[in-house]
Design a binder for this molecule. Structure first.
Ligand code: GDP
Length: 440
């Protein structure tokens, strides 16, 4: 996500940090580079201009230039301004009545139908009873797609086929929800390839009959400035309440995320970060700003870990580490928990200093994890508990059983041995620290 922009900005700031004292011309030069980086990331021209002016004004103040760490302070100013640019603080969905009504709008292919399902899942997990309403009667298979997703989630889908008008479908869908005790209704409306008057009129018709709490425009982050233009048009016509940016998991340059709030005045509320129905996040401008500047996003990482990791198991593991009983079974369990947190490169990208291009050289292949799991599950219980008994013929059998090569099995056993050694050192270090000894 935003890799180029992130790399570029980090390069600019490395230079600033390297200097003990900064002059106005250092700042000018840095701002010139930031400006180019933002424009290349497809950020709206006027937005870039205002942004640079604000940062420059704040940076050339006497206290900053004469402080002990002027470079750091300029970076902080940029970070704070980036956060402001993206809306300052996170914006929640607000429902003023029951059932709450969310209307998703946007061009074809932006990710509305997928997002409708993601939202339904999100609220189902919060013990709400959502109803999905299939109002996209034009795209072939849109209704079917929503029905399949609904079935997968165990969420009802209200449909009237493609012969009724979307306005009627939404009206009756809402009535159905009221009669049947749903607390949230999600309209999946039709898109077009381009904005056209008829579509807008139809969407206005739905707004009139359903009075949605949230009119959320779904835009594809990969389309950069086009997404911003689309947002502008939809907002002028429908007065949207917020934006959902999808496909942020792709190689997006950042232009949409950084321009939408400034251009439309409407916040980005949620983001789609993958094709799976769990791949939905709240948009946190502060965390995003830190991520762009390579400062990591430890808060999101902790939240993901809390959601994926079983606390009881974690305690159990700690005990095992202390008593040095860490086995291959524990190893595979650890891998499974890490996998639940999401793709490994996404997780590592949230660590400070690990974002951007620095990950490229690192082998963080999820396929590798699958292989390791296959190898370990081809071992007998005895082998997993005591890997030292795994001799040549056993290695051959395990490789054949897991569809891997003997070298793969060897490598895994070696890695495990190293990890055990490391853990032994770690636990003796921990013990001596507990006794108050200095480790070094
Ligand atoms: P709609 O026409 O607006 O309803 O769009 P769809 O929901 O059918 O999505 C269009 C395509 O984008 C599908 O192939 C989705 O799987 C994909 N998609 C949607 N959201 C995301 C996302 O956050 N990340 C990625 N990588 N793909 C997405």
């Amino acid at each position: 996500m935003f890799q180029n922009l992130s790399d570029r900005l980090q390069d600019v700031f490395k230079k600033l940090k390297g200097k003990g004292k900064l002059t106005e011309s250092d700042i000018k030069e840095a701002m010139r580079e930031v400006r180019i980086a933002l424009l290349e990331a497809d950020v709206n021209f006027q937005v870039v201009k205002d942004f640079i002016n604000k940062v420059r004004e704040k940076s050339v103040g006497q206290e900053i230039l004469q402080s002990l760490t002027p470079g750091q302070q300029v970076i902080k100013i940029v970070r704070d301004e980036l956060q402001e640019l993206m809306g300052g603080t996170k914006s929640e969905l607000v429902f003023k009545k029951t059932p709450g009504v969310v209307m998703l709008v946007g061009l074809q292919g932006a990710g509305k139908t997928t997002m409708a399902a993601k939202l339904a899942l999100r609220y189902k997990k919060k013990n709400k009873k959502p109803l999905l309403v299939a109002a996209d009667i034009y795209r072939p298979a849109a209704i079917k797609q929503l029905q399949v997703l609904g079935e997968q989630l165990g969420v009802e889908v209200f449909t009237m086929g493609d012969k009724n008008s979307p306005v009627d479908i939404c009206k009756l869908g809402l009535e159905h929800a009221k009669k049947n005790g749903y607390d949230l209704v999600i309209f999946d409306t039709a898109g077009r390839l381009h904005i056209d008057e008829r579509l807008m009129d139809e969407l206005e018709g739905i707004v009139k009959v359903a009075n949605p709490d949230e009119i959320l425009l779904v835009v594809d982050a990969m389309t950069g400035q086009d997404a911003v233009n689309v947002a502008k048009s939809f907002n002028e016509k429908l007065d949207i309440t917020g934006v959902i940016l999808t496909k942020l998991d792709g190689d997006t340059r950042g232009g949409a995320a950084l321009s939408i709030k400034a251009v439309t005045g409407k916040p980005i509320k949620l983001v789609g970060i993958g094709e799976k129905i769990e791949d939905l996040d709240v948009f946190h401008p502060d965390r995003m700003a830190s991520r762009i500047l390579g400062m990591g996003d430890v808060l999101t990482l902790i939240e993901k870990a809390e959601a994926a990791i079983d606390l009881e198991k974690a305690k159990d593991l700690q005990k095992k580490l202390q008593t040095q009983q860490f086995t291959l079974d524990d190893f595979v369990e650890q891998l499974q928990q890490i996998k639940q947190m999401g793709p490994l490169d996404q997780i590592l990208g949230m660590l400070p200093g690990m974002g951007g291009g620095k990950l490229k050289g690192l082998s963080v292949d999820n396929k590798e994890l699958v292989k390791i799991e296959a190898i370990i599950s081809s071992m007998t219980k005895g082998e997993r508990a005591n890997p030292s008994i795994i001799n040549g013929s056993r290695r051959k059998r395990i490789a054949a059983g897991s569809g891997t090569k003997i070298q793969d099995v060897n490598r895994l056993l070696k890695q495990f041995e190293q990890m055990q050694k490391m853990m032994k050192q770690f636990s003796s270090l921990e013990k001596s620290m507990k006794k108050g000894k200095k480790p070094f």
